[in-house]
Write a protein that binds this ligand. Sequence first.
Ligand code: GDP
Length: 174
Amino acid sequence: MTEHLLKILIVGDGDVGKSSFVHRYVNGQFNKTYKMTVGVDFSVKLLHWSDKEKVRLQLWDVAGQERFISMTRIYYKGALGCVMMFDVTSTSSFLNCRHWKQDLDNKAILPNGHSIPCILLANKCDLAQRVVSAESINRFSKANGFVAWMETSVKDNTNIGEAMRRLVQEILSV
Ligand code: GDP
């Protein structure tokens, strides 16, 4: 049995649903009042990937960030993948993904010189007040080298496991 240890970063503006995402994925719950401690912290999730492989995910959440700030290299060190999240009801959270991606591409570099695989998640797709169109997300995702983008709802549990499987698949294929 092979066990892969993967450090995954969860980045994006404050309030887009990052802590809820981690909590949902790791504990299977959506709790409106749940809030992770402020600062960088990680949660662990073990996946039975195949008959021969286990994957231990370390999910590092930049909790407590209200807007984009350049992260320290310590945070990026050793990371093999990234989940970038915005809120489809917030244009600014989408526009700031440009800054988050630039910071990531500058600091999270694999030994082969490529930047780490990153999946873009358009969260809160359960809400009717959506302002960011699928077309603009698609364009942004392609232009900035994301592995893929997906609509998610942490609230309704839409595409959460799917998104993580897609990212892990990409990481293990490199
Ligand atoms: P963070 O600051 O990015 O970690 O965001 P939180 O996880 O604290 O979530 C911010 C708010 O959005 C909370 O009130 C959550 O309950 C809510 N939220 C998170 N995901 C969803 C979702 O998919 N749909 C809806 N409607 N609300 C969500």
